[in-house]
Design a protein around this ligand. Sequence first.
Ligand code: ARG
Length: 601
Amino acid sequence: MIAAESSKNSGVAVNKIMGSTLEQLSAQFSKALTAAFGPEFSETDPILGVASNPRFGDYQVNVALPLAKQLGQPPRQIAEKIVQNLSVDDLCEVPTIAGPGFINLTLKPSYLEDRLQSMQGDERLSVAVAAPPQKVVVDFSSPNIAKEMHVGHLRSTIIGDCIARVLEFQGHDVLRLNHVGDWGTQFGMLITYLREAYPSALTTSDALDIGDLVAFYKQSKLRFDADPEFQEASGQAVVKLQAGDQETLQAWQLLCDQSRREFDKIYQRLDIHLTERGESFYNPHLAAVIADLKETGLLVEDQGAQCVFLEGFTNKDGDPQPLIVQKSNGGYNYATTDLAALRYRIGQDSAQRIIYITDAGQANHFAQVFQVARRAGWIPDGVEIVHVPFGVVQGEDGKKLKTRSGETVRLRDLLDEAIASARSDLEQRIQAEERTETPEFIDEVARVVGMGAVKYADLSQNRTSNYIFSYDKMLALQGNTAPYLIYAYVRVQGISRKGNIDFSQQSQIDIQLNEEAELVLAKHLIQLGDVLDQVAAELLPNRLCLYLFELSQKYNQFYDRCPVLSSEEPARTSRLALCDLTAQTLKLGLSLLGIDVVERM
Ligand code: ARG
């Protein structure tokens, strides 16, 4: 945690601001609970949160109700005892008790002024660094070699990148892993097919483009399903690959390189950075998974396959369902690889938290893998393993997103179209406003807005629900969209610029909050750190989107009601400082969503 110092308004010479407002309040409530009811209550959750209705204040504490049951006293009396022992004078007006025993807190303007001042000139905007930082693995994107990267992978990429950015900003040590599907049966099929159809693809690089590769993959799959001899040959090719046969390995490498080049183009456009550690990486560790499962006594042979019978998963006859970890032909599968990966991440990477981002369709796979790892004793206390599922991307018809001709949408086409639409909106606006702009300006704005729109459309939804992909909606200048927020930033910056004060060079601007709209904006501005804590805990990026959207709305109300440039000093500078903090918060918040801003649009 970082301490910011400030020395005005509160009447205290040096007022150390430690941690976020929620953290400070929470610490004071723990003290009050201890003083009122004894040390055994020091860990009691005060049930503290932002007030649902601003009429009741800014924060609300609800602990009196459950405590009443526990202690057999009327809840109002409990609330009174807590308040008597509470010392929050620096932060709040005198707490009030409402209804059966809710404690309502309203922040003091002087406290808000101090906090905002400590944000000035601080690029972290007073957001504390996590202490202690954790080692976190975020497993995301993870497309499959020789197959098209589809919108599901796009969702994983966008959500995973945002989660990684938030955790990195908090100071955690994040390993961004791309668990690409680069091993297994598909290569046997593909190599066998290419040997016949296009042998040079197996020996020279650049012989295929990704479109060809995907087409060959589809053809090889058809052959595989129809032709037992081909199946047999494919199986042999996999065995050769896994045994390290030089020629097969070289062919495999070429195919992987080809796909990788294509994936990298998408990552580059989206500004995504990942460490590739595909399934093949864990190949040397698979045998040990089986051996160790055997040792723990969990491994059972069932119809020639090695498996672990699961708890809580049954087949349609009601019998316990097995998780196969080695097929009867000796081959390993997706689950075996994930078990090996989990062990590697805990053992070698020393991960304390492992986050997997895939569509909800893989929820069972992860629940099963986690269960087996836990029962085998591979997950030490304090290590958190979590699957972060997301819903399906649908077309405007509500069905799974497809092109007009019914094909899966290629990601590069999707990104191209987003940028093209953003460009055409921009060009229309430029024309209507009779502006002249350079081609470079148009390129840059179209790129930032187009990419931002795609990302924001995804992140602003609760990830667990399906969402409808619509260029029109995501590019709208009104509503909870990226263009709206980028435009909000542009407008606020424009006002700041006209004010002609370089806030980055100043740390002690006198901020004075008198009007209601100023207070409302200030209360929102100081919540960034708490919102990021929430995003990091619940892994829900839409909370950050909503925070930014509400920020721009509160800013609009402030700007409507409080003249900025035309007001007298000291209000003018103070309000310009509020504008500047709003712009900085929008920019930082958007950057944590992976979205750039522009200075004009
Ligand atoms: N390659 C998989 C797919 O396309 C996703 C991998 C997710 N990560 C993992 N560790 N299983 O569905």
